[in-house]
Design a protein around this ligand. Structure first.
Ligand code: DQA
Length: 138
């Protein structure tokens, strides 16, 4: 059975409440429940943290064992050399995802410290971005 994990970064615990025009009205927990039901033939996990070091620790924990990481590092995408280095340092392929289309937004969101070492980037498809990433691993 394939082992995949979705890792969400800062402020994504507020999905459903936070800027719903950009990020939608659904909570991630509800969405994740539906994903688990739909993809019951894989081991699918979810982790969220607002803390950069915890995200790095989680990448180290899963990064030599899991088949894929789906990473929305949120604002840290655009700032964190540490998370970028963690993605480079692990063996498990990482797909960078974003709910919004970061390239149609402010210029600082066009920079990614993750993309350089990611298997690919999926941005702008709402919560479906996560599902597209899952499908790419199957
Ligand atoms: C985001 C885009 C980032 O620029 C932003 O900081 C987020 C969410 C997205 O999923 O669209 O928090 O990663």
């Amino acid at each position: 059975m394939k082992k995949l994990i979705i890792i969400n970064g800062p402020n994504l615990n507020l999905l459903g409440k936070r800027e719903p025009k950009i990020y939608g009205a659904n909570s991630f927990e509800d969405f994740f429940k539906k994903l688990k039901e739909k993809y019951d033939n894989i081991q699918l996990e979810y982790y969220q943290s607002n803390i950069e070091g915890e995200l790095i620790d989680k990448l180290h924990d899963v990064g030599f064992d899991y088949d894929g990481v789906i990473l929305n590092a949120a604002a840290y995408t655009h700032t964190s050399v540490g998370i970028g280095d963690a993605v480079k340092g692990i063996e498990t392929p990482v797909i960078e995802v974003h709910i919004s289309n970061v390239h149609s937004r402010e210029e600082f969101r066009h920079i990614s410290y993750i993309a350089l070492n990611a298997k690919g980037v999926i941005t702008g498809f709402g919560l479906q971005s996560y599902e597209l990433a899952i499908q790419s691993f199957l």
